[in-house]
Design a protein around this ligand. Structure first.
Ligand SMILES: Nc1ncnc2c1ncn2[C@@H]1O[C@H](COP(=O)(O)OP(=O)(O)OP(=O)(O)O)[C@@H](O)[C@H]1O
Length: 433
């Protein structure tokens, strides 16, 4: 393959050399035969003619220039052949460069050329509604590629089974893996809407604390979304899974809280118009191999209510909406719930009996006396932090879950009150001496 590529790329040079030599040799051979100097009877090549010759010959010296009959024709043919070769060479070179560029591009993004059957389904109406798809700013994956990267969506590749579909580990090459969310209910209005919303938002939003969308695919009744791989799963599984938060030190928990606040601050303060996530919870906070936290699941995200007054509030997000309006303060409330989970190691909603209890209704009365805090703290982090820092974080959490949205702080204020509690090497401003 490599040899063939070398041959193809050196071909134009050989062709150029050949055409140059052929024209040169035609001209040279013609040069030596076109011009002669002659006496009266004998023809002498001009190169051998000298001034003395005139004195030797009886008559006046005659210089006779002889053109061979087919001289012009030969030069013309040589010129036509060489210029044709040149054109073919240039075209070949252009084609090779284009071919190489497309190969490089495809191998970089892991996207294959789509067979026609797949292309036609990828143009379903649902896909055309997505702004970034129309603009061509988001990669469309080949279904067959995702199928083979996930072992035909085999059970052994399943990372989790969510409410809307399954999440698979996919190996696009030997070095890296990605995750593929496969939504099987394509065609059902709700699922289509969430798919459309998720792809549309994530294609526009790029931030270190927001999950990266790598592309998507729509094939028959199935839609897939391709994300970067988050090796440490969700915050929920870290806190409430088998390890029960043992892998999360106090400092890591503070880093996770600051990361989430940074992601939210980006959505609320730096996006135009501002974006409200509306479904923030520990299962939608993902952790990469270095425990960097990223916000995921934008199926319910929307612009701030001031820009979009007629939006219907989805049922799942409505548990946190107290006055029926979507505002950035809903996300602040959800952030407060996550902060309580990080401090206390309790689930956002415990269901030990028939009466589920929210961590807010359980913890807030207890936190009115801060002396209680060390007793209700997550056992995994007991005695591992400065108590002043602990009280400060608890105070921020209680403020965030105020029933009255206007009493809740802005996420940017929350962020700036947490940064001084996080060591510099973890992205905060705390200097440990
Ligand atoms: N990119 C990822 N890398 C690794 N794990 C992930 C990734 N995305 C999601 N997960 C895992 O899959 C779980 C389900 O995520 P998903 O977004 O598919 O949930 P869902 O289908 O929206 O379910 P729910 O509606 O209950 O939130 C997450 O809690 C997390 O553990």
């Amino acid at each position: 393959m490599c040899l063939l590529r070398h041959f193809l790329f050196s071909l134009p040079i050989w062709v150029l050399c050949l055409s140059f030599f052929s024209v040169a040799s035609v001209i040279k051979s013609e040069e030596s035969s076109i011009v002669f100097a002659s006496g009266s009877s004998q023809e002498i090549p001009l190169s051998q003619a000298s001034p003395q010759m005139g004195a030797q010959s009886p008559g006046p010296p005659i210089v006779k220039v002889v053109f061979r009959e087919d001289l012009n024709k030969k030069i013309l043919i040589a010129l036509i052949v060489s210029s044709t070769l040149l054109c073919v060479t240039v075209l070949l070179l252009l084609y090779l460069l284009l071919w190489r560029y497309r190969n490089l591009k495809n191998s970089f993004s892991g996207i294959q050329q789509k067979p026609d059957s797949v292309k036609s389904v990828a143009t379903k109406p649902i896909v055309h509604k997505i702004d970034s798809v129309r603009k061509g700013t988001i990669p469309v994956y080949d279904y067959q590629l995702l199928e083979s990267a996930t072992n035909k969506f085999s059970d052994s590749n399943v990372l989790s089974r969510g409410g809307r579909g399954c999440l698979y580990r996919a190996c696009l090459d030997e070095k890296s893996s990605v995750t593929v969310k496969k939504l099987d209910g394509c065609g059902e209005t709700d699922i289509d809407k969430q798919f459309e919303n998720e792809v549309d938002w994530l294609a526009k939003i790029r931030h270190q604390n927001i999950i990266s969308l790598l592309g998507f695919c729509v094939y028959r009744q199935t839609s897939c979304i391709v994300y970067e791989m988050m090796q440490n799963g969700s915050l929920e599984s870290q806190l409430h899974g088998p390890s029960q938060g043992a892998g999360l030190t106090w400092q890591l928990r503070m880093k996770i809280a600051v990361d989430i606040a940074r992601g939210l601050e980006y959505l609320h303060e730096h996006c135009h118009p501002p974006v409200v996530h509306r479904d923030l919870k520990s299962s939608n906070i993902l952790l990469d191999s270095d425990f960097n936290a990223k916000i995921s699941d934008f199926g319910f995200a929307t612009v701030l209510m001031t820009q979009n007054k007629n939006l219907k509030i989805p049922d799942r997000a409505s548990e946190f909406i107290l006055d029926g309006k979507v505002t950035d303060k809903n996300d602040v409330y959800s952030f407060g719930v996550i902060l309580l989970e990080l401090l206390l190691g309790k689930k956002s909603v415990e269901k030990p009996s028939s009466e589920p209890e929210s961590v807010v209704t359980w913890a807030v009365p207890k936190l009115s006396d801060r002396a209680n805090l060390p007793n209700i703290l997550d056992p995994a982090i007991k005695g591992t932090m400065d108590l002043k820092h602990l009280y400060q974080v608890a105070a921020v959490a209680v403020l965030c879950v105020q029933p009255e949205p206007s009493y809740r702080p802005l996420i940017t204020d929350v962020l700036h009150s947490l940064i001084p509690l996080l060591p510099v090497d973890l992205g905060g401003s705390l200097r440990i001496l």
